[in-house]
Ligand binder design. Structure first.
Ligand code: OXD
Ligand code: MN
Length: 586
């Protein structure tokens, strides 16, 4: 009698369509990992790096057309179009199966099919979920081993159950013309073909832990969010946990590993997660967060001793680098790692590089590293019941409009603040960079259902949390008229976290403004930091005209969701208009 009958049946069925030469069931062991690495070194999928300086580190160069998430090729396949909503691409499930199913026929011929059982969440947590990814990419397997709890641990938890998220992935022919990332949330099923890139191919991450999990979370009464999780320790030793949602490549990883400057060295940030949180109402009535992932898939460019010394210390061993440059000594390199690039670099495509030729590392080059290697990892990062969240922080990349930080008036107003978010696009997704787009809760690419229903679910969650976290919004990216950043960011962001901590504790000076509570100009701790004259006032300024335009943009976005938009969001939007009109009248 097979031990995992439902899984075996599915594996047989997939194999009969994809027709691999071999099937390998992954146990997640170190030996298996090494065998896969050696195979990839032999066939050139991986390149060894300097093993004295970077033991256990390898480089993968992806196909040049396969370097970022492809949102235009990502679909939610629900039986009813309205359930996917106007912000998602939608395909009718039968049509999706017919169209994309053809591409899987024989797609694994000549290849090994890997069966990758994995857990999202700590092994003993009641909040963890099981997934199985079938893939023909050994690169995906080794990344999944870093990013999830993979192999035996997941199979043991699965037992005879047929309750697991099914993810089928094939590299296909890597052509963007035959690339599809499909989600069938009603069936807990993911199909991905034609891409080996992280967010498209490591199905535990965006596809399972966000798109499918957000759907399951609504059904079961919890939230799957694109947020980091940190513990902020104050000088008395008390740790307060916060979750922060920023769009891709907007600094979640750096904030999650922040090192405070000398003057505030009594404060310490503990890392629980850098990208995704699953948030449940705990038995104590508090919102509890687990990090479903076991590793970090971080953006390399910009990572330096100055911006993220914890990450730099974490990525000197056991790392898979993707699309970075290489020095003549075989060390990984990317823009921003050192002030000047070393001579003799080889760029991300394997060509000799000379300064002035564009970036040596791809702007979305990445590292995959086990979370436990991070020096700031929290002793509680694998607590089965999660950590209690006291503050939720939304944030975007906005050159104008949004002040450095503000606090919402209530849970409902906070949900509106999240719903009204916008941010400038980055290299993490294919397409133009720097275009402002509406990105509610940083979930526009990741919400697996109708965004209006998602807002309703957030509102509903507030009713069910006895002690709801306070909700804030931050913007590290505001610029002056010359386009220079007004705020230094990185470690100095602890000054903003300190104000948030004070507000959570019922302190912290703030002025009531039309958009929420904004710190007074003397409210932030500025010991050891001097800003140019007028910069703080500008960082905290609410510009009536800019906000009127922002209000109108929000309205256009909410109009797209009108069919299902919760009335509370409209009310908050109207109240914002009324408060703003008083501001422009004064
Ligand atoms: C990521 C992303 O990889 O958001 O985390 O693109
Ligand atoms: Mn992300």
């Amino acid at each position: 009698m097979p031990q995992h009958r439902a899984l075996e049946q599915w594996v047989d069925q997939v194999a009969s369509i994809t027709r691999p030469d071999r099937i390998h069931w992954c146990d997640g062991s170190e030996e298996e990992y090494q065998v896969l690495i050696e195979g990839m070194l032999r066939d050139g999928t991986l390149i060894g790096l300097n093993h004295q300086r970077y033991p256990g580190c390898y480089l993968h160069r992806s196909h040049p057309s396969d370097v970022a998430r492809t949102e235009h090729l990502t679909f939610i396949c629900t039986s009813r179009k309205e359930d996917a909503g106007p912000t998602n691409n939608w395909m009718e499930p039968k049509e999706a199966r017919a169209q994309v199913g053809k591409l899987f026929e024989g797609s694994m011929k000549g290849r090994t099919m890997f069966v990758v059982p994995y857990l999202m969440g700590p092994a003993g947590s009641p909040y963890s979920k099981i997934g199985v990814e079938i893939t023909d990419s050994p690169y995906v397997v080794v990344n999944m081993r870093i990013m999830t709890r993979m192999g035996k641990v997941a199979l043991e938890r699965l037992g005879e159950s047929d309750s697991f998220v099914r993810g089928l992935h094939s590299l296909g022919d890597l052509s963007p013309d035959r690339r599809f990332i499909l989600h069938f949330p009603e069936e807990r099923l993911i199909w991905s073909i034609g891409s080996g890139y992280g967010g498209n191919a490591l199905l535990g991450k965006k596809c399972h832990a966000l798109r499918i999990a957000s759907w399951i979370g609504r059904e079961e009464g919890w939230l799957a969010e694109h947020t980091l999780i940190i513990g902020v320790e104050d000088p008395s030793g008390q740790v307060t946990y916060m979750a922060a949602a920023f769009p891709s490549a907007c600094g979640k990883t750096n904030l999650a590993m922040l090192v405070a400057p000398l003057q505030l060295s009594g404060y310490k940030v503990w890392t629980v997660g850098d990208d995704i949180a699953w948030l449940h109402v705990g038995p104590d009535g508090r919102l509890r967060a687990i990090n479903p992932e076991a590793g970090f898939f971080g953006v390399a460019p910009g990572t330096s001793v100055k911006t993220n010394s914890n990450m730099l210390a974490a990525i000197d061993r056991n790392v898979i680098f993707t699309n970075v440059a290489v020095t003549p000594d075989g060390e990984p390199w990317w823009e921003g790692k050192d002030p000047t690039p070393p001579n003799g670099l080889v760029d991300w495509q394997g060509n000799p590089w000379t300064p002035g030729e564009g970036a040596a590392a791809h702007p979305n080059s990445r590292f995959t590293v086990p979370a436990r290697q991070c020096p700031s990892i929290s002793p509680h990062w694998e607590d089965p019941e999660g950590v209690p969240i006291s503050a939720i922080i939304f944030g975007g990349r906005r050159a104008r409009v949004a002040p450095l930080v503000y606090q919402s008036y209530s849970w409902q107003h906070g949900v509106f603040v999240g719903a009204g978010m916008a941010s400038e696009t980055t290299a993490a997704q294919s397409g133009a960079v720097g275009v402002t787009r509406r990105d509610p809760m940083a979930m526009i690419p990741f919400c697996g259902y109708n965004m209006a229903d998602y807002f309703a679910h957030w509102l509903d969650m507030g009713q069910r949390i006895a002690h709801p976290p306070a909700i804030f919004h931050v913007n590290w990216f505001r610029t002056d008229t010359q386009g220079r950043f007004l705020w230094p960011g990185f470690g100095e962001n602890i000054r903003v976290l300190k104000w948030i901590l004070e507000r959570v504790q019922g302190q912290g000076k703030a002025a009531e403004t039309p958009i929420g509570f904004v710190p007074t100009s003397d409210a932030l701790e500025m010991d050891g930091l001097s800003l140019p004259a007028g910069a703080m006032d500008e960082l905290l300024r609410i510009d009536a005209d800019a906000w009127a335009a922002e209000h109108a943009e929000q309205g256009l976005f909410f109009d797209r969701l009108a069919a299902r938009l919760p009335v509370q969001i409209r009310q908050e939007h109207d109240m914002l208009r009324q408060r703003l009109s008083r501001l422009s009248a004064t």
